[in-house]
Design a binder for this molecule. Structure first.
Ligand code: LMR
Length: 328
């Protein structure tokens, strides 16, 4: 092993327990960026690994690399096309270089809760999105839920004008950049693994994320507080390469996809509860959480909703109407 490979193996073994892969087994490396406990994606990825390694022993062997220990989301899709990694679950905001169909999920106040997201994803429109990047070599296997996004900053955020002039980290998404600009803030696209340090050193003033990410990355420790805005969502696409999926023996592929489907159903049903636990853990750890009055909430909606007009022509009015049909 090279020194770099040894260092990687050591840092990874501190975070993930791998089964020994045997001769003849297809190795499936799953790279993701979050923590593994009290996190919907972290728990789902670990469960997928456990089940594949227990039930597909002899044919497939899975290794999960959490916390950006192998790739961050800016690198992972190219690495997948090169065959260096087989599975990932980036948020739907991270696919803009490959397809614009997921932009609908970034529109602020589009979905009232994760049940509405789930229903839309399970519709014919949502399921068709799994295949939207096939000609670019990527195949969506399932949607995994995280939860609703909240806003945090190094000053109290009660109305959108409180964000005027502040720098906010965003995922690399044109919709999220426009959303922060609509609030009079300065959007700063940045990899997830860099956010804690950027908040701590004042490179950025604030960020938006789910309770599980705010807890898992300890953002609450370096922010004034978190405002419960529920203004958007973070959800994931479990993705692989068309080439890898095609290369599997049909029986192996069928068994693998069946396990993916079952893990998806089991863990998606728990995602809201996992975020609620993370929220409680933030409170127990001394984090400040602010609630909005109905009037304050309306001010956030009024500030952000104009973003829809900018992206509606590309997304399509019928698609937006269909997605809205799942919220009251
Ligand atoms: C982020 O970059 O904030 C999220 O997409 C990270 C994640 O995977 O939840």
């Amino acid at each position: 092993m090279t020194t770099a490979a040894t260092a990687l193996a050591l840092s990874v073994s501190a975070q993930a327990a791998f089964a020994e892969c045997n001769e003849g087994e297809v190795v499936a490396k799953f790279s993701h960026v979050t923590n593994t406990d009290r996190h919907p994606k972290g728990i789902a990825a670990s469960l997928l690994m456990e089940r594949v390694n227990a039930e597909m022993d002899g044919s497939m062997c899975m290794e999960v690399y959490p916390q950006s220990s192998l790739y961050n989301d800016d690198q992972v899709l190219e690495a997948m096309l090169q065959g260096d990694v087989q599975l990932a679950a980036p948020s739907l905001s991270k696919f803009e270089n490959f397809t614009k169909v997921f932009q609908i999920f970034d529109l602020p106040f589009m979905f009232e809760d994760i049940d509405a997201v789930d229903a839309f994803q399970n519709s014919a429109d949502g399921q068709a999105m799994l295949d939207s990047m096939a000609r670019r070599g990527l195949q969506g296997l399932a949607f995994w839920h995280n939860g609703m996004k909240q806003m945090s900053a190094n000053v109290p955020l009660e109305v959108p004008t409180d964000a005027n002039g502040l720098k906010f980290r965003v995922q690399a998404s044109d919709v999220l950049i426009a959303q922060m600009e609509a609030m009079g803030a300065s959007p700063q696209p940045m990899a997830f693994s860099e956010v804690y340090g950027a908040l701590q050193t004042g490179v950025v003033d604030g960020q938006e994320n789910t309770w599980s990410n705010i807890y898992g990355q300890k953002f609450f420790e370096v922010q004034d507080g978190i405002t419960e805005t529920n203004h958007g969502i973070i959800d994931y696409l479990v993705v692989t390469s068309v080439d890898w999926l095609d290369s599997l023996d049909p029986a192996v592929r069928e068994q693998f996809l069946k396990i993916v489907g079952e893990v998806t159903a089991t863990r998606n049903a728990e995602s809201t509860a996992v975020n609620e636990e993370a929220k409680q853990a933030i409170i127990e750890a001394g984090g400040t959480i602010r609630q909005l009055t109905p009037e304050q909430r309306l001010a956030w909606v009024d500030a952000m909703r104009p973003v829809w007009d900018q992206f509606a022509p590309g997304i399509g009015a019928e698609m937006i109407e269909a997605a809205q049909g799942y919220s009251n």
